[in-house]
Write a protein that binds this ligand. Structure first.
Ligand SMILES: *Cc1c(COP(=O)(O)O)cnc(C)c1O
Length: 413
């Protein structure tokens, strides 16, 4: 039995490696790491433990990871131009957990982006934030659905007196109005948290809003969506208030982690140096590609969202497939043809439609990293049209097209 399982598992790993390298991957939360970063994850660090901070560990044998952790911490501070960085979170959700546990008091009122408005589950009742409070209010949206309504938010703040605002989202096309709400937040002593899980690499590259400059006290996020991997989280702050940062530090360890997965930390350290060197060019191309893909899909007959705003200012676009079977069927049809993306609720859809939403979310991070530019985005739009609108099989064409893009760009490989 175990022999059979062993063979099967090995086959599945091999199949995954070859299959996904032949696909057009458009999952907005995914990216691909360089060979160098991947190799670090198979290093001896994958067997080891470290807790606490470099130089103040609870285990012996941490000399090398201590140095690496210090380097990546300094590089993060330099890239994000801030005083504090904690690199010990093993995912974006864990980073949220570490911060929320210290910033959200029992049943405090907090404001977040709603699920149909693009918010992440960790900000909601059933996720990390919901462990600390039930008093979660959604930001009101403007009529187009892709922006927070600032005037209405100010009204709600005056009435509901929230303690914490959590900006950032998973369907994230345009910046959140952190700067516009800075004054009212300061006046009311509201803690502003910015969840940059999706856009961390764009912020690092200087091509998206800069939340820590705009008034957020804490920014956190995943390191593998528009950042270059590995799969982890990071917490950043430019605060002068040492007590405030100490609380977050305790939230990260011992609050939400003990050992912090050293092999992926070594991978992140390498990825951070890649980002430091290539991040601006990469972020620029990712956004150009998303805008080009939006325009090309629009031209091909798709209902690409937020057209009046130029489709997007991030790595993502949203497409409403309601008229051609909805997001679930559309996503499945695309997968049969080796184009991988995910269904997504669109603004103002009821949350109960989460398993059968109208839309799909499409991201350009990974295809940009393998070297694709605007011309390729036009070809991807044509393939999607042939598949979803004309009902043709395009799998062979997808595989041939993808074959030419195997090298990881924006890296030292
Ligand atoms: C993806 C995401 C997260 C979770 O990050 P993981 O690294 O998957 O745990 C948190 N917040 C937002 C807004 C996200 O999009």
């Amino acid at each position: 039995m175990s022999e059979k399982n062993l063979t099967k598992i090995q086959e599945l790993i091999d199949e995954q490696n070859s299959w996904r390298s032949q696909c057009i991957n458009l999952i907005a939360s995914e990216n691909v790491a360089s060979e160098r970063v991947r190799a670090a994850m198979g290093s001896d660090f994958m067997h080891r433990y470290a807790e606490g901070h470099p130089g103040q560990r609870y285990y012996q044998g941490t000399r090398c990871i201590d140095e690496i952790e210090s380097i990546v911490t300094e590089s993060m501070k330099s890239i994000f131009n801030c005083k504090h960085a904690d690199v010990r979170s093993v995912s974006g959700t864990n980073a949220n957990e570490a911060v929320f546990s210290k910033m959200i008091g029992y049943n405090d009122v907090i404001m977040v982006n709603s699920t149909p408005g693009g918010g992440h589950i960790s900000h909601h009742r059933f996720g990390a934030a919901g462990k600390y409070t039930r008093n979660i209010i959604d930001f009101p949206l403007t009529a187009d659905g892709y922006h927070i309504d600032v005037a209405k938010t100010e009204e709600i703040i005056t009435i509901a007196r929230p303690k914490v605002l959590i900006f950032g989202k998973s369907l994230f096309l345009f910046p959140d109005p952190v700067a516009d709400l800075k004054e009212i937040c300061e006046k009311n002593k509201i803690t502003v948290i910015f969840d940059a899980a999706h856009v961390l690499g764009l912020i690092a590259g200087g091509k998206f809003q800069q939340p820590l400059k705009e008034g957020a006290q804490v920014m956190l996020g995943s390191t593998h969506k528009t950042f270059f991997g590995s799969q982890r989280g990071v917490i950043l702050s430019d605060t002068d208030d040492e007590k405030f940062w100490n609380r977050i530090d305790k939230g990260a360890f011992p609050g939400s982690h003990s050992n912090h997965h050293l092999a992926t930390l070594a991978g992140l350290a390498l990825a951070t140096e890649e980002l430091d060197t290539f991040g601006a060019d990469y972020a620029d191309q990712v956004i150009k590609n998303a805008q080009a893909l939006g325009a090309a899909m629009d031209k091909a007959g798709f209902d690409v969202q937020a057209k009046e705003f130029g489709y997007t200012q991030s790595h993502q676009i949203a497409v409403n497939l309601e008229k051609i079977g909805g997001g679930k069927a559309g996503g499945e049809k695309l997968e049969e043809n080796d184009i991988i993306c995910n269904m997504n609720l669109l603004p103002f859809e009821p949350v109960r439609k989460v398993t059968k939403p109208a839309g799909v979310r499409i991201g350009t991070s990974e295809m940009t990293r393998v070297g694709m530019k605007e011309d390729e985005m036009a070809q991807i739009a044509d393939l999607m049209k042939a598949c979803l609108i004309d009902g043709k099989s395009v799998k062979a064409d997808v595989n041939t097209f993808r074959q030419k893009f195997q090298k990881i760009h924006y890296s030292f490989d």
